[in-house]
Design a protein around this ligand. Structure first.
Ligand SMILES: [Fe+2]
Length: 345
């Protein structure tokens, strides 16, 4: 079978640039536009001198440069890892049903049964205080332990490492390590898509056809928390893998279009071995851990049929940039059976 060509949106190099020091997402089209749009906001956030402002500009230029080179750098790292790195636990790269909890298998089996309904599913799945956020045990303790050991083994190796995304400084891009083919893709296709199809048909849950998967690490002297944001995803799976930590709950607000002033946030406890499933465009964040070390597996799942019409990150028709991997999950091209002509929301 010919592999699907995926694309990114050109907004990746201009929009949603995160300024960690001011906890602010910005858009950078030109220096003039940036100054007009953000000078006074930044000033109110403590960026009061010209020197501080020029430091911000420097940070932005460096981030844009990183994003421009991202695909080439990532491919280079992936090749180097394949050549040099020797896994500790080879088995965690290939999904086995025994890694999944009986509860999760039962949930998926129900979703695939004739006449499955959302109401029926609610008897098997934990519905959170936040709207349409669900929690369920997914992986066995043993699998979580082995996966963390593998990730720590990789971290300690001298293999090259990339950053998972703009907001997390510590973590691993699973695609570079070779997890996509054997673990994440089958997990998405066989298990998470049937579940998402029933829970999120209005967000393209039945059409999830690509993903970006990474693990993020929270530790006392590294990242402690994650600011309020939305994901570049239709549906997000967030699994707490361990190890031992205190506090650090997730919190959820409303969809990104709703102003914060009209939003009531709800906390969701995240227990080890459990997954939290939510719409990518629902605002959320992670509260700081107060001790210990936490690893989370995040899978941003995308549905090209859903997003081809409108890029969720810039809200415009996507400016398609070919990608050698999954890109940002857009597809194009007439005659493509999975194309965008029947996009529904
Ligand atoms: Fe997120």
């Amino acid at each position: 079978m010919q592999q699907q060509q995926f694309y990114s949106c050109s907004c990746y190099c201009t929009d949603n640039l995160f300024l960690q020091d001011y906890k602010l997402h910005v858009r950078f089209g030109s220096e003039e536009q940036f100054r007009t749009d953000y000078h006074s906001i930044l000033r109110s956030l403590g960026c009061s001198t010209e020197l501080q402002f020029s430091n911000v500009l420097q940070t932005i230029h460096a981030e844009i440069e990183r994003r421009r080179n991202l695909e080439a750098d990532s491919a280079e790292r992936k090749a180097a890892i394949k050549e040099k790195y020797r896994p500790l636990h080879q088995h965690v790269y290939c999904l086995q049903e025994s890694y999944l909890t009986p509860e999760f298998l039962q949930i998926v089996k129900y979703c695939q049964s004739d006449g499955a309904t959302q109401e029926g599913l609610m008897k098997l799945i934990h519905s959170e205080a936040a709207p349409r956020v669900y929690r369920f045990p997914i992986f066995t303790k043993n699998f979580c332990r082995d996966l963390i050991e593998e990730l720590e083994h990789f971290e300690e190796s001298d293999a090259p490492k990339g950053r998972p995304n703009t907001m997390n400084n510590y973590g691993i891009l699973l695609n570079e390590l070779g997890f996509d083919e054997g673990l994440i893709t089958p997990l998405r296709e066989r298990y998470l898509r049937p579940l998402s199809a029933l829970l999120y048909p209005d967000c393209g849950g039945q059409w999830l056809d690509s993903h970006k998967a990474f693990v993020v690490k929270y530790a006392m002297n590294e990242d402690l928390d994650l600011s309020y944001h939305y994901d570049n995803a239709e549906v997000t799976l967030n699994v707490s893998l361990g190890k031992d930590f205190t506090e650090g709950n997730l919190y959820f607000g409303d969809m990104k279009e709703v102003p914060l002033s009209e939003t009531e946030c709800a906390e969701v406890e995240h227990r080890v071995t459990e997954a939290v499933l939510h719409r990518g465009q629902q605002m959320h964040g992670a509260l700081p851990i107060s001790s210990g070390l936490r690893w989370n597996l995040i899978i941003w799942m995308r549905a090209s049929r859903h997003r081809n019409r409108l890029c969720p990150m810039c809200g415009r028709t996507p400016g398609l940039q070919p990608s050698r991997g999954h890109g940002d999950g857009f597809t194009a091209g007439a005659g493509d059976a999975d194309g965008w002509s029947c996009a529904l929301t």
